[in-house]
Write a protein that binds this ligand. Structure first.
Ligand SMILES: [Zn+2]
Length: 215
């Protein structure tokens, strides 16, 4: 896997400090499982994150808290041999989806060439996680974001002004960035998207489509 788009340092730091939302945590873990570059960056961020927490709290992070964080990171980075997912999804996603395969997902068609699947999260989660399947040549409406949005490509590819995104690549976007992905693979592009609030679409047509697409 040739990954060229990575998580940014702020996201890794937040993950290391345990302050990302549930959806973002699952997506970050999924990318980490694929990406040695970000795993190395995380090791550094984890140390930094612990240091920041300690200085903010004025006292050391509790050993229990720290051990729990490290244990969860280890589970992501070096899953136990005994757990062998039957799914072709990344481990963190396979666990929450019950080992379903990409080909067996029950998609909900939202618009021509656009299907989505809502990944079930904890009740009361302030973040959402969606699988999105876009048909060949499909263009998503140009949109900005109401909050931090992460997109991980699982299959196919798209390009936008940030470059080309293929399996394993992650688009780590904050609220200021607007983009308009266009699917450029010969197959459907399937990605998983974690977001905080509904994306803010730019065009009237997009505003009409948004309730159906639901992102
Ligand atoms: Zn990476």
């Amino acid at each position: 896997m040739n990954i060229s788009h990575h998580l940014d340092d702020a996201t890794l730091l937040a993950f290391a400090a345990g302050t990302v939302g549930e959806a973002h945590g699952i997506l970050v873990a999924s990318h980490l499982a694929m990406c040695p570059t970000c795993r190395n960056a995380l090791r550094k961020a984890e140390g930094l994150g612990g240091g920041i927490l300690e200085s903010q709290a004025g006292q050391a992070v509790s050993d229990v808290c720290r051990a729990a964080t490290l244990a969860s990171l280890d589970a992501v980075i070096a899953p136990k041999e005994t757990y062998k997912p039957k799914s072709d999804l990344p481990l963190a996603l396979a666990r929450i989806m019950g080992d379903v395969n990409l080909a067996d997902i029950h998609w909900h068609k939202r618009a021509p060439g656009v299907s989505v699947f809502d990944v079930p999260l904890s009740k009361g989660s302030k973040t959402k996680l969606k699988l999105v399947k876009l048909g060949k040549g499909r263009t998503m409406p140009e949109h900005g974001h109401g909050g931090e949005e992460l997109t991980l490509i699982l299959k196919g590819s798209y390009h936008d002004k940030m470059g080309r995104f293929s399996p394993g690549d992650v688009a780590d976007l904050d609220a200021e960035i607007e983009h308009q992905p266009i699917v450029d693979s010969d197959e459907d592009c399937i990605c998983v998207i974690a977001f905080e609030t509904r994306a803010i679409y730019k065009t009237i047509l997009a505003k009409l489509v948004q309730p159906f697409v639901g992102i």
